[in-house]
Structure formats: structure tokens, C-alpha cells
Unconditional design. Sequence first.
Length: 261
Amino acid sequence: MDYFMSFEEFSCKVGLSRKDICREIFEEHRKNIKVKKEKTVVKNLVRILDAALKISNQKGFQAMSMRNLSQEAGLSMGGLYAYFSGKEDLLEMLMSTGHTTTWRVLEERLAEVSDPVSKLRVAIQTHLYLSEVMHPWFYFSYMEARHLGEKQKERAKAGELETENLFAHILEEGKGKGFFAVEDSQLTASVIKAMVQDWYVKRWKYAKRKVSVDRYARFLVAFVEANCVAPEYRRPKALKTEDHGLYRQAGRNQAGRRAQR
């Protein structure tokens, strides 16, 4: 695997089309969905979720009525209720899907690497690319958090802290092994999270400047590594898989030197 995966390669590897996501929703909520034919469910869930996210991101989820959703999705009111019992049920479906999918892909990608510098790069890259693949979900979660009920609001906050804590854990692990030189791992993780969020919250700004997600990912990773990675462990921009062993060996050598002191 090329150490730096492009967005196109990532998209092909994880296979997260809207149909794939809706198929996962069907599997998770099968017992509550009245329609049992998978092909029909997936097709209609794509229409429903596209419509819900479009309306929500235009005027807010709370302002959306079931009639608005019915008209935008091109389904009858009775058709909508075959998939969920009401707006709260739909909100749960939207939020749980984004969270479950994000963490499944993050865990799969992080399992492919071992050293802390690789983990940090892969975590940033994967989170950023997921926000591009699932932009309506990410934008919805960010923008709607302040308008939700207390329970859902706390859940949205917990979800943000969860990914921030992932970055902090990787930084702490690498700091303990001598790979990272940061004073405050949690505060550094918070800044990394904010820089990732800037991509999906303010896409208009980067579109205007003709900045692609690949360019932003490369810049962000290089920026973070320049400020976090100990000088002796900084990597060249285009690092290949075979180079990983050099950094693992460097870590072992440094650990041996510390033990001899």
C-alpha cells in the first residue's frame, strides 16, 4: 500500500456509496423497517436520506416537516412511515449511521499500520476523506448539534470528543516512544480536529480557491507532522510501505538507547 493514499484510491478501497451506507442501515434497523425486500429498502432509503439531508442542510432539521420530506423524496406519507416512526426515529437513523460508519472505517484503516506516525497520518487522512465521501452526514451533524434536544446534543458532543481523543491517544502513544515532541497531546488533538472540520464545514472556501481534498490532506498531514513529529522521525512526503520498517527499527534503537542510560 502506498503510504499516502489518494482520495480516489480511498473511495475504491472502502466502497462507501450511498447504496452501501443504506444497506448497512437496513441491516442495523431491519426489525423496525416494515418493508423486507432489500433492493426496495435500499433504493427508498437513498431517496429518503438524500431528501432529509438536503432539506436539513438548507433550512434545518427541526423546520423540516414529514410532508416536506414526502414531497422531496417522492414517496407517500405512508411510504415514509414504513421505514421509521417519525422525525425522532429518522434523526436517530441519521446520527447512528454517520457514527457507526466512521468508526468502522477508521478502525479498519488503523489496523493496517503499526507505528504512531503512520497511525496519526492514516487517522487524519481517513477522517478527512470520510468527511468528503459522507459530507451531508458530517455537515448535518455539525450544523444541527446546537438545535437538537439535550440527549442528542450531548451525543453529538461525545462523538466529536471521541475522534479528538483518538488523535490524542495516538499522540500520547508516540510521545511515550519518542516519535512525537508535543507538550499537550489533548490540545494538539483539538487543533487537528478543528482543521479537519474546516474542510467539511467551509468547503465553499476551498472550492473557490480550487483546493482539492487530496491537496488539503497532504497539506494538513505535512503541517501536523512538521509540528508534532520529532525531527529524526520526520518522513519524506511520498513514503512507501517498505520504508515503515526503517521507522520501526529507529524506534527500537531509540528505546535501546534510553534503556542503556
